[in-house]
Write a protein that binds this ligand. Structure first.
Ligand SMILES: Cc1cc2nc3c(=O)[nH]c(=O)nc-3n(C[C@H](O)[C@H](O)[C@H](O)COP(=O)(O)O)c2cc1C
Length: 210
């Protein structure tokens, strides 16, 4: 199936059936999120996976009791780093030397350049940037879920401070940014009609703007 037809068939599920998503599909979905591009490759976010029913019910209380939480197969919580620091950059280069042919230390000049950028930015804009980047990962997760025939519902209708508290995220330097419930729609459920800008209203010819 192409991504386009998978996306045409997906919609934001409000309540899932009892059917659970198998772990092989969950692996593909989390891999799509992991492979998302990020600024300088720093990946200033993590993906938390939750299936525990008791924990899901507790989290629902911090998400306006939206039905997706207690009924989903798996809940993904995208947690952004609360700050991007020199430590974030060092951790990235440690991964780089481990995963590539570059000799340890050979990229110190580039590391210093990124650290210079990090130290030139206000802390709040780095925290915002980490959250924005988590959304790119979310988009790819939704796309891969749709290709796997798995239904999903992205959600910002929750209280991040409540999630941070329940999941103990603050002490890990993380904050809940956006969540996505996955599972399966009720059998026979009709796909609602899509409401989107017409492509000619959405895609703007920039050549004519200047
Ligand atoms: C960032 C974001 C936050 C959303 N938050 C919620 C939410 O809290 N609860 C909900 O039921 N749907 C939520 N949605 C789903 C949207 O309402 C839905 O995607 C939109 O109406 C388009 O419909 P479709 O996805 O079914 O095509 C959210 C979607 C996005 C992208």
């Amino acid at each position: 199936m192409s991504l386009l037809s998978a996306l045409s068939n997906r919609y934001a599920i409000k309540q899932f059936s009892d059917k659970k998503v198998d772990e092989e599909k969950i692996k593909s979905i989390t891999e799509a999120a992991r492979l998302a591009p990020s600024a300088f490759g720093l990946q200033p976010y993590r993906l938390i996976v939750i299936t525990d029913r008791e924990l899901l019910s507790k989290l629902a209380g911090a998400a306006f009791n939206q039905k997706q939480l207690p009924t989903c197969s798996h809940l993904f919580v995208f947690a952004a780093e609360t700050s991007i620091t020199e430590g974030t950059v060092d951790a990235y280069f440690a991964r780089t030397y481990e995963q590539t042919d570059n000799e340890p230390g050979s990229l110190n000049g580039y590391a210093d350049y990124i650290k210079g950028w990090v130290s030139s930015q206000p802390a709040e804009s780095l925290a915002e940037s980490a959250k924005h980047q988590a959304f790119i990962s979310l988009g790819l997760l939704i796309g891969e879920a749709s290709l796997q025939g798995v239904d999903s519902c992205p959600m910002t209708g929750f209280n991040p401070a409540g999630f941070d508290e329940i999941l103990g995220l603050a002490e890990k330097g993380l904050t809940a940014t956006v969540i996505c419930a996955v599972g399966y729609r009720e059998e026979g459920e009709a796909t609602p009609q899509k409401v989107r800008y017409a492509s000619e209203d959405f895609v703007i010819n920039g050549n004519k703007l200047a």
